[in-house]
Design a protein. Structure first.
Lengths: 388, 298
C-alpha cells in the first residue's frame, strides 16, 4: 500500500522477492478503473493488482461496488474509463464469451433443462471439444467435487449444497485463468458453509488457479482468502492479508467492518520509552505500542482500535506495569456464545466497552457476574492507532 | 361440517353434468337418430306417451347410419383433413409471428411490460365478429389494402385476397395471436437472465445462448400456445364463413350447412362428435404435457 506508482509496485512486489523466484507481474491489474451507471458511480478511479494463485476476496457492504468489479472482470459490463489487464493483455472490448475467466453465480444459474453432466460440459461443448474428451473432463470434475454418480440428475433433483458443487464444477471445467465466485456460499446453511469453505480452498490449491470471491461475509473472507480488499462506495479502503486487515486496519471503518471492535477517540500526549502515551476523554492515561508507520505528533487526535478478545476482565486489580492499561467499570450485560462470553462494561466515565473472554471454566464457576465491579486490562501491544 | 364440504365439491360436478354431459348425451342421441321432416327434425323423439314399450322401441330405432354416411361421402373426410391442414398451418404462422413479439415483450424494460401485455389483450375488448367484419373492409377488392397498394403504385390490379384461403389464414392468425403470445411471454419472462449470462460466460455467442438456453426453456410456452391456437382453429366457423370463399372447405362450416341449410340434425351431430373425437387426441397430449411440466418444476 506504500507504492503509489503501479510500475514500481509491480517491480518490487508487496512481498520480498527472492532471487530464485523473481516477482511475477500481476495476473490482473485494474488501472484507474471507473464505472458509472447513469449518475451513479459504482467504481471510482480504482487501482488494484491481483497475483497468480491468489485467493482474493472483495469484501464490503451491498452497493459498495464489489459485484460491479466482478462483472467488469467477467465482461458483463464495460469500464467507463481506465482499463483492466489480464496477463498484460487489455480486456477492453473482449466479450465475456472470449475471456479466459469463468464465473460461479450466486444463484448458481444451473441450466434447469440439462443434466448435471450436460451442465458441467456446457462450456467445453461451446469450444467444440470431442464428445469423449468432454466426457473425461466431466468425470474428472465430478470427482473433484465428489458428485460421482450424479451425472444424470437434473438440477431440481439436487440439494442446495450439491447444486453449489455442480456450479463450481461447471465454472472450473474450462480451466479458466481466473475463477470469479459471486457470494458462492450465500445460500448454504452455516455448517455446510464452513465445510464448503475448506473445500473451496482445497480445490483452489489443488488446481493452482486464481480465485476471486465477492462476499459480504467477513468470516468467509477471513477464512478462505490470501488477501482481502475492503471496499466502500466504489473505492478500495485497504488491500491486505486477513491478519493485517484484522489487526492493523487502515481506518476505523475497516476496523469496524471486520469483526467486533472498540473504537476509542484519544489524544496523543507524548512518548515514553518505546510506548506512545495518550489521554482519553476521562483523562485516563493509555500506553500504546506504535507501529513503524505511525506518525505520532503530540496533541494529535487519533482513534484507538481495540478488539474485545484482547481485553482481560478481572475482579481484582491487575498488577501495575508500564505496558499494561487498565480501567474500572460495571458489568452491564453478558452475552454467552458457547466458546466465549462477551461482557459489556460501562466505564465510570460513561463509555461502553466490549470485552471478550474465552470460557475456560464452566459458566457456573464464572467469577464475574452482572453488575459486578470489574477491571478491564490490555497490553500496550494489543491495540493499534488509526486516524480519527 | 361434512355435508357443506361435500356440497362444495359436488357443485362443479353438477355443473359439468348438467351443462356438459347431459347436452352431450343429447347430441349423441341425435347423431344416432334418423332425419325426418318434422319438428324436431329427427326421429325417434323419446317420449313417455307409449310407456316403457315405447321407450324400448325408440332405443331400438337408434343406429350408426349417420356415421356411415360420413365415411361414405368423401366430402366430410376432405373437410376434416382440410380443417386440420388449415389449423396446423395457421398455428405455425401464429408461432412464427408470436414468438418474436413475445420475446421482445419479455426483453422490454420492466415498466413497459404491463402496457405491452395490455396492448396484446386490447382486441378482446371489441367483439370478435366486428373485428372479422373489419377485415372484410381491409381485404376486399376495393378495400383499404388494395386501395393503399394501388395508390402507392405497387399494383395496378386489386389483389384477390378476399374469399381465398389466404384470407382465412389472415383471419385465424390475427384472431388467435394473443393466445399464442400470452403463454410464450409467460414462459420467456420466467427465464432467469443469469442463465444467459452463465451461458455467455462459458463461451456462448448470443445466438448460441438463445438456441441452447432460451429456446428449450420456452418450449412449454410454445406447446401451450400451439394447442391453444390449434384446437379452436380446427372447428373455426366464423372466419372461413366470412373471409373464406366457397372453395374453403372446413368442418365447422360443413357442420353449419348440415344443420341450417340441410336441416339434417343427425348428420350435423355426427360431424360434431367426430370432430370432438379428433380434438380429444391433442387435448389429451396437451394435458399430459402440462402435467409433466408441472412435475418438472417440482
Amino acid at each position: 500500500m506504500n507504492f503509489h506508482d503501479p510500475a514500481s509496485a509491480a517491480a518490487a512486489g508487496t512481498e520480498p522477492a527472492s532471487p530464485l523466484e523473481p516477482a511475477r507481474p500481476p495476473l490482473i491489474r485494474f488501472e484507474n478503473v471507473t464505472k458509472t451507471f447513469g449518475s451513479f458511480t459504482a467504481i471510482s478511479d480504482l487501482n488494484l493488482e491481483i497475483r497468480e494463485h491468489e485467493f482474493f476476496s472483495l469484501l464490503g457492504p451491498s452497493g459498495c461496488g464489489k459485484t460491479t468489479m466482478m462483472r467488469l472482470l467477467a465482461g458483463f459490463e464495460e469500464v467507463t474509463s481506465g482499463r483492466i489487464l489480464l496477463d498484460g493483455q487489455d480486456l477492453t472490448g473482449i466479450p465475456a464469451n472470449r475471456r479466459p475467466i469463468n464465473m460461479m453465480f450466486q444463484s448458481y444459474a444451473l441450466f434447469p433443462h440439462m443434466s448435471v453432466a450436460k451442465n458441467i460440459g456446457f462450456g467445453l461443448k461451446q469450444d467444440r471439444w470431442k464428445k469423449r474428451d468432454i466426457q473425461d473432463r466431466v468425470d474428472e470434475m465430478l470427482a473433484l467435487v465428489q458428485l460421482e454418480g450424479f451425472a444424470d440428475r437434473k438440477p431440481h433433483q439436487l440439494s442446495g449444497g450439491q447444486m453449489q458443487r455442480v456450479a463450481l464444477a461447471r465454472s472450473l471445467a474450462k480451466k479458466p485463468k481466473v475463477l470469479l465466485l459471486d457470494e458462492p456460499l450465500g445460500a448454504l446453511d452455516k455448517k455446510l458453509r464452513e465445510e464448503t469453505q475448506f473445500q473451496l480452498m482445497d480445490v483452489q490449491e489443488r488446481l493452482g488457479l486464481t480465485f476471486i470471491i465477492v462476499t459480504h461475509d467477513q468470516d468467509e473472507a477471513m477464512t478462505v482468502s490470501s488477501r482481502i480488499a475492503v471496499m466502500k462506495a466504489g473505492k478500495l479502503l485497504q488491500t491486505d492479508t486477513p491478519a493485517r486487515i484484522y489487526e492493523h486496519p487502515a481506518s476505523s471503518y475497516v476496523a469496524d467492518f471486520i469483526g467486533n471492535v472498540n473504537l476509542i477517540n484519544i489524544e496523543l500526549a507524548g512518548m515514553d520509552g518505546g510506548l506512545a502515551l495518550a489521554r482519553w476523554d476521562g483523562g485516563t492515561r493509555l500506553a500504546i505500542r506504535p507501529q513503524p508507520e505511525d506518525v505520532l505528533t503530540p496533541g494529535a487526535r487519533k482513534t484507538l482500535v481495540l478488539r474485545p478478545e484482547k481485553i482481560h476482565v478481572t475482579k481484582d486489580r491487575p498488577a501495575e506495569a508500564p505496558n499494561v492499561n487498565m480501567v474500572e467499570g460495571t458489568v452491564e450485560e453478558i452475552s454467552y456464545t458457547g466458546s466465549a462470553s462477551t461482557f459489556l462494561v460501562r466505564l465510570d466515565g460513561g463509555m461502553l466497552i466490549r470485552a471478550q473472554e474465552a470460557n475456560r471454566l464452566l459458566t457456573s464457576r464464572r467469577e464475574v457476574d452482572w453488575n459486578d465491579r470489574v477491571w478491564l486490562s490490555w497490553r500496550a501491544g494489543a491495540c493499534v492507532l488509526v486516524d480519527e | 361440517m361434512r355435508t357443506p364440504r361435500k356440497l362444495l365439491i359436488l357443485t362443479p360436478y353438477l355443473w359439468l353434468g348438467l351443462f356438459f354431459l347431459v347436452p352431450f348425451l343429447i347430441v349423441i342421441k341425435i347423431a344416432l337418430s334418423d332425419s325426418v321432416t318434422a319438428s324436431p327434425p329427427y326421429a325417434p323423439a323419446f317420449s313417455l306417451d307409449d310407456g316403457l314399450a315405447g321407450l324400448r322401441a325408440s332405443f331400438a330405432a337408434l343406429d350408426f347410419e349417420n356415421f356411415l354416411w360420413l365415411a361414405e361421402d368423401g366430402i366430410y373426410l376432405k373437410a376434416y383433413l382440410n380443417s386440420v391442414k388449415v389449423a396446423a398451418i395457421a398455428t405455425l404462422l401464429t408461432l412464427l409471428i408470436g414468438y418474436p413479439v413475445a420475446y421482445a415483450m419479455a426483453k422490454a424494460p420492466r415498466d413497459w411490460r404491463k402496457t405491452l401485455l395490455l396492448l396484446v389483450i386490447l382486441p378482446f375488448w371489441t367483439s370478435f365478429l366486428i373485428r372479422i367484419y373489419a377485415w372484410i373492409g381491409i381485404l376486399k377488392n376495393e378495400g383499404f389494402l388494395n386501395l393503399a397498394l394501388m395508390k402507392l403504385g405497387i399494383i395496378d390490379q386489386p389483389l384477390a385476397i378476399m374469399h381465398t384461403e389466404l384470407a382465412v389464414y389472415i383471419g385465424i392468425v390475427y384472431s388467435y395471436l394473443p393466445f399464442m403470445i400470452l403463454p410464450l411471454y409467460a414462459s420467456l419472462e420466467r427465464i432467469d437472465g443469469k442463465l444467459l449470462e452463465a451461458a455467455e460466460d462459458l463461451g456462448c455467442s448470443a445466438f448460441a445462448a438463445f438456441r441452447q438456453i432460451t429456446l428449450p426453456l420456452s418450449l412449454p410456452g410454445v406447446v401451450a400456445g400451439c394447442f391453444l391456437v390449434f384446437i379452436p382453429a380446427i372447428g373455426e366457423f366464423v372466419i372461413p364463413d366470412l373471409l373464406g370463399g366457397s372453395g374453403t372447405l372446413m368442418i365447422g362450416k360443413t357442420l353449419w350447412l348440415e344443420f341450417f341449410s340441410n336441416r339434417d340434425w343427425g348428420v350435423a351431430a355426427a360431424v360434431a362428435i367426430v370432430l370432438l373425437t379428433i380434438l380429444i387426441v391433442p387435448i389429451v397430449l396437451f394435458q399430459r404435457h402440462q402435467q409433466k411440466h408441472q412435475e418438472e418444476l417440482g
